[in-house]
Write a protein of this length. Structure first.
Length: 116
């Protein structure tokens, strides 16, 4: 993955509503969620959420599929994995124990209650 793509992904996540939407979509898994349901879960007006989902889609972190009048958004785990791999390779290269322990670090943060 190119540095510019990683920067776009990180910039897209550097906003509270987008990060919350991204987290909900990742938790929903490959099937994702319809935009209306996501807006309801987050308590965000649909027009506002649409703007933020566009930013996540432009950063390639999520995909969208139209079904009639509804749009379903889902995380793109391939791109997400590439961003994480880029960060591990380019930011943790001199600290291999951090990369090896990253699974443990992720597991320990998952048990911590977090709001959407």
């Amino acid at each position: 993955m190119e540095k510019e793509a990683v920067l776009a992904a990180l910039a897209a996540l550097a906003q509270e509503t987008r990060l919350d939407a991204f987290r909900c979509l990742v938790r929903a898994g490959l099937s994702g969620l319809p935009a209306g349901e996501l807006a309801e879960k987050l308590g965000v007006p649909p027009a506002t959420l649409s703007f933020h989902l566009k930013e996540l889609r432009n950063a390639r972190l999520v995909t969208s599929d139209r079904a009639g009048r509804s749009i379903r958004y889902a995380p793109d785990f391939t791109v997400i994995g590439a961003v994480v791999a880029y960060l591990a390779e380019n930011c943790c290269r001199d600290a291999p124990s951090l990369v090896a322990d990253s699974g443990t670090a992720v597991a320990s943060t998952e048990s911590t209650p977090q709001s959407p």
